[in-house]
Design a binder for this molecule. Sequence first.
Ligand SMILES: Cc1cc2nc3c(=O)[nH]c(=O)nc-3n(C[C@H](O)[C@H](O)[C@H](O)COP(=O)(O)O)c2cc1C
Length: 367
Amino acid sequence: MADLYQVSPLSSEQRVPDHAKSSSALHGDPPAAAATTAWADRKELASAAFERTRMPIVITDARQADNPIVLANRAFLDLTGFTSDEVLGRNCRFLQGEGTSPTAVAEIRAAIERQREANVEILNFRKDGSPFWNQLHLSPIKDDEGGLLYYFASQIDVTKHRMIQSLEASEHRLLMEVDHRAKNVLAVVDGIVRLSKADSAPLYAAAVQRRVQALAVAHALLAERGWRDVPLDEIVSRQVAHFASGRTAMTGPEVLIPAVVVQPLALVAHELIVNAATHGALAQDTGRLQVSWQAAGHHGGFYLRWEESGRRKAGSPPGEPGFGTTMVNAIVQKQLQGEILRDWTSDGLKINISIPGTAALSTAKGA
Ligand SMILES: Cc1cc2nc3c(=O)[nH]c(=O)nc-3n(C[C@H](O)[C@H](O)[C@H](O)COP(=O)(O)O)c2cc1C
């Protein structure tokens, strides 16, 4: 018992009201298992257990005004950082602070008013002001007639546990996002494989392969950027570089493209450059490409002008649009809610593309 008195100085007569010194009507909970010899020492052993357990525990006196703490063990003082003098005689609400949920407090208040048990997770603060999540368990201790004498409470610091739970939740969200994005890409690849056309099997294989590679380039860009916004010029220049480096000029301010729009836009740039290099101005040595843009509309919105020039032969609109053109139109108009206008001039193809930005995002996400 000496240890207990050192931590919680109950020897002070002022702190121990007469009615609380002992209550003949209070018999406590019998242990689940007790040998006769231990039962004889049960009071001393109960005190030792109270003091030595690593579980923070307080007992409040329900018969005193405002239910003050009358016993607190070492583990409680260690958890909260307060001394015994600083906790004895006080209501436990001193552990609450800014950010403590009024709903959680109301739940505890209601349980105490009804003399019921309560289990509540509540944000509390140590003496040094640091917060911790307290898994509070409260239960009334009554006399043999059912009169309320004390309240027992244990407090477990579940801060780490909650942190792990929230990490697990964000990991789960991340996995769902990866799953969603993988499905999107697979749907695009499925479309490429089904709809690509070529005169022979090797040409078909090459057409599918270069489109899948274009997706892979966009994927690498997204991975480098941590799946956050990517500047428009990087998306376009990585697709264009392979076909027309040295013959391309790109100008425009920084426009950040939301991650979800990067792969569709990369496919658009890819189809346009392949078309320019095989049928358009860049198919000839004199051909040049100028890509310019400016921000417009919402976040990620822009106007882009694609100007091929230096073509010697007069251009004419192709007859039936191929899969590349169909795909570009579908991505710009349907997926990104934008517009695309083509003008076949004698000098080369000119294209105006406008993308409204975040307005298109929800559609693109659901694509
Ligand atoms: C035995 C006991 C222990 C308590 N321990 C805590 C605690 O660790 N943290 C806390 O925020 N509230 C604790 N409370 C709750 C507050 O003391 C108080 O009852 C609660 O804030 C609701 O009452 P109020 O609205 O008057 O503040 C405890 C209550 C009792 C009876």
